[in-house]
Design a protein around this ligand. Structure first.
Ligand SMILES: [Zn+2]
Length: 491
């Protein structure tokens, strides 16, 4: 049986098909589970996702967040308690029966955490001395009834991570927002090597129930915006709705200030696949790859003695690299060297080591980085020492390639006509002068969306908003432009 291997389309010619093939052929997810929008996370993909979780957990715990675990269920009235937040209800899954019986009180599968967590917060804090409080949930799912679904971009069940923080004063909440953005920089930027911009969302596009929403957004290879996380200044909206109060120093009861932060685990995964991958498949930062080094033997059936030496050497190298902590595998399967080469390239293994009779005789190895199109010859005695340098070279390659694409895809425009052309030709981020990011600007955003076949006002740069030149006008209504906003097509 011929096994189908390799990506059959080019990434820049048909990104959507390329993405689907990588997800399937690199065994990241299986969409054949049988219920639409519910996918199986396969081992190769889930290892990478678990790394994303580990990085986030490590960072938020440095900021004194502690983990907890809430049930998957939410009470119906809790879901509807904050009036804007109740906007989630049309998309929630309801559990209304058990066996043959109707439940007395139906409940929902959590669409997000606020409505299930905050009723308990109203019981946990009594005094200003109980605050600040920083809790988080990790490695869990949330559920929404999405009509169109794609692995790691949109699902009816999707992986979740959330922090929920409670403060005595608004200033502390704003500090937390900055810490969240710093977490994004450290995890998404430094570890996962994904470039992004921080936006403050326009007023009409905030998280339901939030005073302000901030997001790091990246660009996928097809030029569409992918929101990687969000952090929200919840003000006192939820504390008033859920009655979360503490006694202040002055003995008076006061509503608390809250923030919540939700990195999109799936969205980050989708960006990693899309942005780092190439025509041959997946490319993974070295610390995130399930295997860091694959050893491929080149043997010949008519040269038994030499082949034996090759195999012995492969095993020796495997065990010595494992001993110093690298995730290493000797691929001794019956597939041909060519097949193994293509397979591990498709799976994105950072380093391929090839050993044939020549290498065994000369005490050398032939080695290739996933990000390079060349083979290097190394002395066997130098291998252990060189691996570390080579992995860091690979990480730098990944980072600079991603940054280059990102930089080249931010453009300026001063007219709707020009914007329409740019969106059509390149997509990407386009900066335009715009009248207002308060609710009165929504009308212009709607017109912009209709005129550009769906482009979206992402918001203004944060924390430092870009200046608008004094005489510029909103590209839609022609009124004085108060802001430079970024526009993009969106996932
Ligand atoms: Zn306008």
């Amino acid at each position: 049986m011929k096994r189908e291997l390799g990506i059959t389309v080019k990434k820049d010619e048909n990104f959507s098909e390329w993405y689907s093939q990588v997800v399937q052929k690199a065994e990241l997810a299986d969409i054949r589970f049988g219920i639409q929008g519910f996918i199986v996370h396969r081992p190769w993909g889930f290892f990478i996702i678990r790394k994303i979780y580990e990085y986030l957990e490590e960072e938020v715990e440095k900021q004194c967040h502690l983990p907890y675990l809430f049930p998957v269920a939410v009470k119906e009235d809790d879901l509807k308690r904050e009036k804007d937040h109740a906007g989630f209800t049309p998309n929630v899954f309801w559990i209304s029966e058990a066996g043959e019986k109707k439940l007395e009180e139906r409940f929902a599968l959590r669409p997000t955490g606020e409505a299930q967590i905050y009723p308990l917060y109203s019981l946990w804090f009594r005094s200003y001395k109980d605050l600040p409080f920083k809790g988080y949930q990790s490695r869990i799912s949330a559920f929404r009834n999405e009509m169109t679904t794609r692995p790691f971009l949109r699902g009816r069940e999707f992986l979740f991570f959330e922090t929920h923080n409670v403060f005595n004063r608004h200033e502390e909440a704003l500090e937390q927002i900055k810490e969240d953005l710093d977490t994004c920089k450290k995890v998404i930027g430094e570890k996962i090597k994904l470039p992004f911009l921080y936006f403050k969302r326009p007023e009409w596009d905030k998280f339901s129930g939030a005073d302000d929403t901030y997001t790091p957004d990246t660009l996928m290879p097809d030029g569409k915006r992918n929101q990687l996380a969000s952090t929200h200044d919840l003000g006192q909206n939820f504390s008033k709705a859920f009655n979360i109060k503490v006694k202040g120093k002055d003995e008076k009861e006061q509503f608390v200030w809250q923030t919540c932060f939700g990195p999109g685990i799936w969205r980050i995964m989708a960006a990693l696949i899309g942005i780092h991958g190439d025509n041959n498949g997946l490319v993974i930062p070295s610390d995130m790859s399930p295997l860091q080094i694959i050893i491929i033997p080149i043997t010949f059936s008519n040269k038994e003695a030499e082949s034996k030496k090759v195999i012995e050497l492969c095993r020796k190298i495997e065990s010595s690299l494992k001993k110093i902590g690298y995730r290493t595998k000797f691929d001794d399967s019956e597939d041909t060297p060519g097949f193994k080469h293509n397979k591990w390239e498709l799976f994105g293994v950072p380093i391929r080591v090839e050993i044939g009779p020549k290498e065994a005789k000369n005490k050398t190895v032939s080695l290739a980085l996933r990000t390079e199109n060349k083979k290097r010859q190394l002395k066997l005695s130098n291998l252990e020492k060189e691996i570390k340098k080579l992995l860091s070279k690979l990480d730098k390659d990944i980072e600079s390639k991603a940054n280059e694409y990102f930089k080249n895809n931010t453009r300026n425009s001063n007219s709707l006509k020009d914007l329409k052309e740019l969106i059509k030709k390149y997509k990407g981020f386009i900066k335009v002068p715009f009248c207002s990011v308060k609710n009165d600007g929504e009308k212009c955003a709607d017109i912009l969306k209709a005129e550009t076949d769906g482009a979206y006002v992402c918001g203004t740069l944060y924390p430092k908003e870009e200046k608008v030149s004094p005489n510029s006008k909103c590209i839609i209504c022609n009124k004085k432009a108060e802001h430079t906003v970024y526009v993009a097509k969106s996932y």
